[in-house]
Every structure is written in C-alpha cells, then in structure tokens.
Design a protein around this ligand. Structure first.
Ligand SMILES: *Cc1c(COP(=O)(O)O)cnc(C)c1O
Length: 354
C-alpha cells in the first residue's frame, strides 16, 4: 500500500476553464500558457485537455518538440525565445515561434542562413523592466528584423506587471499602443488577469495561464465567481491521532501549544511533497469534508491538523490540502505566497491520477 498522498488532475475542469477564457475573449486567439510542466499539472496531459487552444506557450525547446512530435499542429511559442545559435535550426525544423527580447538574439539570427523560417514575437518592455525592447527602439528593431531573411511573421507583444492589482494596465497599455500603433502587426498583451478584466488588451492573441488551472488571478474575486473549476486536488489521509493535554506542544520548534485538551491528526503530507513549509498554524485544510486548520510547523513528510470539531475523524480520514472544496488561493495566502507557486512546487514523489 503506497503512502496515501495523491494529486488528482481534473481534465474536464481544464477544458471548462479554457472555455471560460474563450468566452471572455471571443474574437481573439488563445495561447494556452503551459510553462513549468503545465503549472505543475503535467505537460502532455494538460496539452491534451487544452487541445482546442490555438497555441501553446512554454519555455523549453525540448518540450516544444515533444508537443510537435505528439502531433500538435497549433502555434507553439517559446516565451524566452532561443538561448543559443544551435536552437535556430530546431525552431525552423519544428515550426516553433520564438520571443525575441534582446539585441543579442538578433545578432545570433544574423548568422543563421535559412530564409523565411521563423515566426517572431517581438517583446516590448512597457514597464515590467524584465524582458523586451524599449518602446522607442521598436522602429529600429522592426527595420532590422523586417529586412532579415530568416523572419517570416512578426507579432508584437508585451507583458503586464499589475493586471491583477489596483494599478491595472493603463500606463503600460498606453505605452505599448503608442509604440505599436504605427504598425499593422498582430498583437498579444493579456495574461489571465488582463484577459478577464481589460477587454481593451485582448489584441490578436491572449495568453491565459493561471485561470486555465482553475485559480483566480485576483485577490478580490474567487475562482468560483469567475466560473473557474480547480484542476489540481491534493489529497492525503490522517495516519495517526494524538490526544493533547493543556500545555502540550506540537512539532518542530514547538510552535503550537494547546491551551486546553484537544485531539489532533497527523497527515501524510509535508514540504517534500510540495506543501509550503511557510504555512503557519491556522492554514485552512479540509478533513472528512469539513474545514479545519493546520497546527504548528509543517515538516518534511507530515503536518498536523486540529480535530477538536471533528470527533468522528480518525486514522484514515480523507484530507484535502487544496483543490476541490479547498481553494488553493486560500492556502497560498495563508502561506504568504500565490497559487502559481504551490502548483509548480508539487514534487515528483506525489503520484498523479487523472
Ligand atoms: C506566465 C505568462 C503568462 C500567463 O500568466 P498568468 O498570470 O498565469 O495568466 C502570460 N504571458 C507571459 C509572457 C508569461 O510569462
């Protein structure tokens, strides 16, 4: 009998969430972002459930090739583009589009002989200050790429820093539009938050990520309110219980101390499974379908939960760490992080079932 921890991936939910994205941006092509192993859900598994998407975006050229070899005909985009000259023939051979964000990438392209082989997504830095050319460089870069024999199609793109926050997109959108306005080229700007909140950012392609996996990009709106269904549900079971007397302490560092007698459960899930060690006492958790809280420090293989209000829950009781019935955003917020990080952090030792 294996250890009882399990991650269930709901492919119908993934497909439902893609349809939510398409309904919110009906006139726009959808580039499903499946980087980081499909946000921790499994690359090929996710691609199959999202096969109605018009494109896939990720980082690793070998993953892109894997998708082509699995038969996907959609646009496939490398979000950081290529890293070395040897990548270029592979991009052409497998028809993989690439972001170009820096001069050094164009320099590598200059040494590439093949003509009309590459679709380029030219990244404009509209305020994130991570990747991309300054808006005022756009004319010059486009001229250089435009007379480049290797380049086939050019899409203009940018990425928002605050689409999920009160700041919104207006300053970045204005900069991008002012720079891109002179050119009749396809455009792509929106992540999940912009897709849902700012239709004026939709352009030619939207690039939803987190919403596809069923988490809300917003602090002030739940996934359920957006019509999104959780895709990953992390479950385990209680493997032991303890009766605490007043003054008894729990776990490493004795961070929790009982102020009255109480019963606790020990769950087979810890930070080596991807549960955040930063989750403090009080992080919400579902035991036998009922909400309760974690107690004390999360250890490598176990964590503790309060069974005071669950007299019937004993060894074997099912526990949902996040997912169906226990929004991952709530766990992330309690742990001082975001749903994205929890999904990506699921470790290889956790068995995955669909
Ligand atoms: C990750 C990423 C996205 C998707 O962002 P979400 O917030 O997950 O929707 C879109 N565009 C780029 C460039 C990204 O790196």
């Amino acid at each position: 009998m294996p250890r009882p921890i399990l991650a269930r991936i709901d492919l119908d939910a993934l497909n439902n969430n893609l349809r939510v994205a398409r309904r919110a941006a009906p006139a726009t092509r959808t580039m499903a972002v499946i980087k980081a192993n499909g946000y921790g859900h499994g690359l090929l598994r996710v691609a199959e459930a999202l096969s109605e998407a018009d494109g896939f975006a990720l980082l690793d050229i070998q993953d892109a090739i894997r998708l082509r070899e699995a038969g996907y005909r959609q646009t496939i985009l490398l979000l950081e583009g290529y890293f070395a000259a040897d990548d270029l023939p592979l991009l052409a051979e497998y028809d993989i589009a690439c972001v170009i964000h820096s001069d050094w990438q164009i320099d590598l392209l200059d040494a590439y002989p093949r003509r009309g082989a590459l679709d380029v997504w030219l990244k404009i830095n509209s305020g994130m200050n991570r990747l991309g050319f300054a808006p005022q460089q756009l004319g010059q870069v486009l001229e250089r790429l435009g007379r480049h024999g290797a380049v086939r199609e050019i899409t203009l793109m940018t990425h928002f820093a605050n689409a999920d926050e009160a700041r919104g997109v207006s300053a970045q959108l204005e900069l991008f539009n002012a720079a891109a306005g002179a050119y009749r080229l396809p455009r792509s700007l929106a992540n999940s938050a912009a897709l849902l909140r700012y239709p004026q950012t939709h352009g030619t392609w939207v690039r939803p990520g987190i919403m596809l996996y069923g988490a809300s990009p917003f602090a002030d709106k739940t996934a359920a309110e957006l019509g999104l269904r959780p895709v990953m549900t992390l479950t385990s079971r209680i493997i032991a219980t303890q009766e605490l007397r007043s003054g008894d302490e729990v776990g490493y560092g004795s961070l929790f101390r009982a102020d009255h007698s109480m019963r606790i459960g020990i769950v087979a899930c810890g930070y080596a499974d991807g549960y955040p060690r930063s989750a403090p006492t009080g992080t919400p958790v579902l035991v036998a379908g009922q909400r309760t809280r974690t107690l004390g420090r999360v250890s490598m293989d176990m964590l503790c939960v309060d069974l005071s209000a669950l007299p019937q829950a004993g060894v074997g009781a099912p526990v949902t760490l996040w997912g169906e019935g226990m929004p991952i955003e709530e766990v992330a917020t309690a742990a001082g992080t975001i749903s994205y990080e929890l999904m990506c952090a699921l470790t290889a030792r956790v068995p995955v079932v669909v």
